[in-house]
Write a protein that binds this ligand. Sequence first.
Ligand SMILES: Cc1cc2nc3c(=O)[nH]c(=O)nc-3n(C[C@H](O)[C@H](O)[C@H](O)COP(=O)(O)O)c2cc1C
Length: 215
Amino acid sequence: MKNAIVTYETFHGSAKKVAQTISDKLNCKCINIDTPFEAEDLSEIDNVILVFNFRGPYTAQLTKLYLSRVKEQLKTKNVILVGEGLFSEKEFPIVAEEIYTSTPSRTFNKFFVKGQLRVETLFPEEKALLDKFSQLTGMEIKDMGELDINRAEEVAEEIEKLVNSEEFQVVKAAADENKEETKWVCEVCGYIHKGDNPPEKCPLCGVPKDRFKKQ
Ligand SMILES: Cc1cc2nc3c(=O)[nH]c(=O)nc-3n(C[C@H](O)[C@H](O)[C@H](O)COP(=O)(O)O)c2cc1C
């Protein structure tokens, strides 16, 4: 599946694993949103799959920055958002709606995968943020969850079905329909022929094809 691309935003590798599960299924590129150079020209791409991890107020920060750079291109693409986090499944539609409103696309779908937290891997800034969160909510910060890789595989299968569905193919068909046809004008009688080449002879006045000029 060459006309798809998967990007991911990760801090501890879970969202990357989800992204790779999807890109393996679609047999397409998988690009870290930290260095999105290969994901900035979408001219050959119809399906853009964006995977990000939940991170409190900083959720999807880099993904949103990337989206702002490819906003114009995305209008004609199929966008699929995959959120990965511990407890924000209910907030996910709000984040998704915000993204779709600021960056409208041809089609828009979303999936959530449960992630995991391992306290010993946290950076000091993350620990500080989570400690504040803990003070506010009373939630104890400890190892939590287990990346739901089975769900990631299910999501990959659902995405594969979507990108192969009729609804997702319309982009190409519409582009072909809009393609301007070449016009050939008979210099003798003014007959207009549409096509890549002029006709063998003019059906109106009978002159050979070398009397047709490209319009
Ligand atoms: C600083 C921080 C903030 C987080 N905020 C949220 C959150 O708001 N909602 C949520 O569901 N999970 C939250 N998580 C959990 C992460 O989404 C989870 O650990 C995820 O698996 C991390 O993905 P990664 O391995 O790709 O970085 C947070 C984790 C950290 C470290």
